[in-house]
Write a protein that binds this ligand. Structure first.
Ligand code: SAM
Length: 282
C-alpha cells in the first residue's frame, strides 16, 4: 500500500501474437489506470479495442522516453496511476521503459509488474536447451563486423544464450554464429511464437543454416535464436578421443546405429555428434 499520495506505475505485459495471451489482471489494470503509456499507440489500439479498454493512451517510445518521463513522474506524484505497455510482450525487455522505471524508483513511486508473455521465456520453455541458467543477449549489432565481435565474446559462454533477431538478418547472423561457435553447436530457432505459423526447429548450426537458406519462409516474421552453452556443446578433446575409441571398437562388432547408441551412453556425448563421427570413421 502507498504511504504517500503518489499513484502507481504498472508495467504490464501484453501478448506476443495471440491476443488471448493477455492476463485478466492486465485487462483490469489497463481499464482502471488514469492513462496508458504505449510504445506505439496505433499498434496497441487494436489490443485495447479487443478488450474494450477505453483508457486514454499516449506514446512513450525510445525517442521521447527521457522527455516524456519527467511529465509522467509529475503525474504519478500528483496521484495518477499509469500503465506502461510495449508493442508486444514484457516492457523493458528489448523495449522502452528503463529510464522511466529507474527514475520512478528513485522518486519513491510504487512500481507494480503485471507478468505475461515474453518471447525469450516462451521460446526457452519449448527449446529443449538447458534452462537452469541462461543469458539473455537481446539484439546483436546489425553490422557484420560488430556482430562477429559480440559473438566472439560469447564463444566460451557456458549458459544457453538467447538472442532476438530481425527476419532480414537471421541468415547472416546464423552464418556468423556458425563461424564463431562451430558448425556442430546446437541451436533452436523459434519463429512466430503463439501465431499461425509458429515454428520451432532444433538442429546443429550447419544444418539450420542450410534449412533457413533454402526456405525463404524461415526468414520472415519474428524470431528468437537460442544457442546451446559452450561446455555442453564442446566436450574436452580428451573426452572426444576416448569416445572415438569406444565408437571404433563397437563399430567393429555392432551395426552403426547400435554402436552409436551404446557409445553415447558410455561417453555421455550426444548421439548426433557421435553419429557424425561414426560416418566419418566408416
Ligand atoms: N518485449 C518483447 C518481449 O517481451 O519478448 C520483445 C520486444 S523486441 C522489440 C521484439 C523482438 O522479440 C522480435 O524482433 C523477436 O526477436 C522477438 N519476438 C517478439 N514476438 C515474437 C514472436 N511472436 N515470436 C518470436 N519472436 C518474437
Amino acid at each position: 500500500m502507498n504511504i504517500n499520495h503518489f499513484g502507481t506505475l504498472y508495467i504490464v505485459a501484453t501478448p506476443i501474437g495471440n491476443l488471448r495471451d493477455m492476463s485478466l489482471r492486465a485487462i483490469d489494470i489497463l481499464k482502471t489506470v488514469n492513462c496508458i503509456a504505449a510504445e506505439d499507440t496505433r499498434h496497441s489500439k487494436s489490443l485495447l479495442q479487443h478488450y474494450m479498454i477505453n483508457t486514454p493512451m499516449f506514446a512513450l517510445h525510445q525517442h521521447n522516453e527521457r522527455e516524456k518521463s519527467t511529465a509522467l513522474l509529475e503525474r504519478l506524484q500528483q496521484g495518477d496511476s499509469i500503465a506502461l505497455i510495449s508493442d508486444a510482450g514484457t516492457p523493458l525487455i528489448s523495449d522502452p521503459g528503463y529510464f522511466l522505471v529507474r527514475e520512478a524508483r528513485v522518486a519513491g513511486i510504487t512500481i507494480v509488474p503485471i507478468p505475461g508473455a515474453c518471447a525469450a521465456i516462451t521460446a526457452l520453455s519449448a527449446s529443449g536447451l538447458a534452462t537452469d541458467r541462461f543469458s539473455f543477449e537481446g539484439f546483436l549489432p546489425a553490422k557484420t563486423k560488430q556482430r562477429v565481435q559480440s559473438l566472439e565474446t560469447l564463444r566460451t559462454e557456458a549458459r544457453t544464450m538467447v538472442f532476438y533477431e530481425a527476419p532480414h538478418r537471421v541468415l547472416d547472423t546464423l552464418e556468423d554464429m556458425q563461424k564463431v561457435f562451430g558448425e556442430k553447436r546446437q541451436v533452436v530457432l523459434a519463429r512466430e511464437l503463439t501465431k499461425l505459423y509458429e515454428t520451432i526447429r532444433s538442429a546443429a548450426l550447419d544444418e539450420l543454416v542450410e534449412w533457413v537458406k533454402n526456405d525463404d519462409n524461415q526468414q520472415r516474421g519474428e524470431i528468437v535464436i537460442m544457442v546451446e552453452g559452450a561446455n555442453s556443446a564442446v566436450p574436452e578433446s580428451a573426452e572426444i578421443v576416448s569416445a572415438e575409441n569406444i565408437l571404433k571398437i563397437l563399430m567393429n562388432e555392432l551395426p552403426l546405429k547400435q554402436a552409436v547408441d551404446l557409445a553415447a551412453k558410455i561417453s555421455g556425448l550426444r548421439k548426433n555428434e557421435l553419429y557424425q563421427r561414426a560416418l566419418e570413421l566408416k
